[in-house]
Write a protein that binds this ligand. Structure first.
Ligand code: SAM
Length: 287
């Protein structure tokens, strides 16, 4: 069987079983097995696959048909043009979260003159998961120090692997604990992608999410906003004057979030930040 035939057959099997983006997913699995880049896969279409590779492909297709996400099968996911190791201990980073990272860079850019003393920009990434946000910030802001917290010790093990791989263990301090509680000093910027799904809605998500991703990364309690509520109550003790809080929200949560901010931080002025599709994805509060 040639690579082109394997790709066609895998795409068809995935499609017949209702897997979305079946062509892309088949490519990801094949690239992984053959250790090829996307470009190499394109130009090697006539390559003949050995029996071992065909068997391995069938195994991975089976796993994907059981609804295991492709990112867990291949063990990595790209976020903000950087590759991160992922497994079922952490949420797979989503493209919409890049909105939060872009907004963080905008804040950091405005800080360059403020920190003439040479002190580092202090950042907290709350609910760091695999470390995608913290590491993207650290790699692009070499003069920052990032406290990355998570309630889940096993998520922090994954974040540690990614920090080591990207050589940022000196810049990022991983701390286990509830939200901002373990952050040892007030910071300039707080970034948070916390769970925001109502627990009554969890069962309605796709099997890729409900059966494989950690519920601690998804479950936002009865209102969907329980962790965000707690974060808003903690924030004033952990932010420096002139600092900024950025956090992600779910689609159509603007009204509920606005009420929550008015309740927890009555004097705060806030703004919603849209993603590239125009959907309000993040909230910005300046202090
Ligand atoms: C939606 S995931 C986001 C992961 C990662 N930041 C990202 O954007 O891909 C939420 C993360 O928050 C963590 N988390 C949930 N409740 C928390 C809490 N009370 N304190 C700290 N982290 C929490 C979860 O373990 C999970 O890693």
């Amino acid at each position: 069987m040639t690579l082109a035939q394997a790709l066609q057959q895998s795409t068809r099997t995935l499609s017949l079983n209702g897997i979305e983006d079946c062509h892309l997913e088949a490519r990801i699995l094949l690239q992984h097995i053959l250790k090829l880049s996307p470009a190499q896969l394109y130009i090697q279409t006539e390559r003949v696959l050995g029996r071992e590779h065909v068997k391995r492909l069938q195994e991975l297709i089976e796993r994907r048909l059981s609804r295991e996400p492709a990112a867990y099968i291949v063990g990595h996911k790209e976020f903000y043009e950087t590759d991160f190791y992922v497994d079922s201990r952490v949420l797979i980073p989503r493209p919409e979260t890049e909105t939060l990272v872009a907004a963080a860079f905008e804040f950091a850019k405005g800080c360059t003159n403020r920190f003439s003393s040479g002190r580092p920009l202090l950042i907290a990434d709350v609910g760091t998961g695999c470390g995608a946000i913290a590491i993207s910030l650290a790699l692009n802001l070499p003069h920052s120090r990032v406290y990355a917290t998570d309630i889940s010790p096993s998520a922090l093990e994954v974040a540690r692997l990614n920090c080591e791989h990207h050589n940022v263990t000196e810049q990022i301090i991983l701390i286990q604990g509830n939200l901002l509680e373990p952050v040892p000093e007030p910071v300039d910027l707080i970034v948070a992608n916390l769970p925001y799904i109502r627990n009554s809605d969890l069962a309605n998500l796709s099997p890729e999410i409900t059966n494989f991703e950690p519920s601690v990364a998804l479950d936002g309690g009865e209102s969907g906003l329980e962790q965000i509520r707690q974060l808003l109550k903690q924030v004033e003790r952990k932010i420096r004057p002139g600092g900024r809080l950025l956090f992600e929200i779910g689609q159509e949560q603007e009204k509920a979030v606005a009420c929550l901010i008015d309740h927890c931080l009555p004097k705060a002025e806030f703004e919603f930040i849209p993603d590239s599709s125009g959907i309000d994805r993040a909230v910005r509060i300046d202090f």
